[in-house]
Design a protein around this ligand. Structure first.
Ligand code: RP5
Length: 173
């Protein structure tokens, strides 16, 4: 039997899905059950409202909204639920995602959306942030978050000689 999703990832278009791959992979790596949906905030507002009500009833704890252009989706999600909403701004047009970034981070007071970086980096961080929120109440996820942090901390390389790797010389002095 499939696990009840704890995280619902909603994006505005099927064209957004490839950028979200990293989010799904991160959630999988933490062992967090998730589900994904394509529901546009501005084309299907009623369907979005119904979906949020159903998802909350089914036990979803965190919503992740991803959209490009005038990215309303994360903000509308935050208007429909009192649970945490993470917004991923996507690069879907002429402004390179800056339009979506502003939409996500400039929510008026009282309707919070936790904004992450534009595109695939933000998608991965949305997964990590969701894990950290869930970790507050779930020791198993907390352990995996700490294991990931510990692994990351092994990646520095003190006192290397970049010239040996063929790294380009710095410009000027
Ligand atoms: C937004 O408009 C979507 O999230 C997508 O990033 C962008 C373009 O959508 P489509 O033209 O692919 O439907 O609503």
């Amino acid at each position: 039997m499939a696990l009840t999703p704890k995280v619902a990832v909603v994006c505005g278009s099927r064209s957004d899905l490839p950028t979200l791959r990293g989010c799904f992979d991160v959630l999988d790596a933490y062992g967090i059950a998730w589900e994904a949906s394509v529901i546009s905030a501005h084309r299907q507002p009623e369907a979005l409202r119904r979906y949020v009500t159903e998802a909350e009833g089914a036990g979803v704890r965190i919503f992740i909204g991803a959209a490009g252009l005038a990215a309303h989706l994360p903000g509308v999600l935050a208007s429909l639920t009192g649970r945490p909403v993470i917004g991923i701004p996507l690069d879907a047009g002429a402004l390179g995602g800056a339009d979506a970034l502003y939409s996500v981070v400039q929510m008026p007071p009282g309707v919070p959306v936790a904004g992450v970086a534009i595109g695939s980096a933000g998608a991965k961080n949305a997964g990590h942030l969701a894990a950290r929120i869930l970790a507050l109440g779930e020791p198993g996820i907390a352990e995996r978050v700490e294991a990931f942090r510990a692994e990351q901390a092994t990646k520095g390389e003190p006192r290397i000689d970049p010239r040996a790797d063929g790294a380009p010389a710095a410009a000027g002095r």
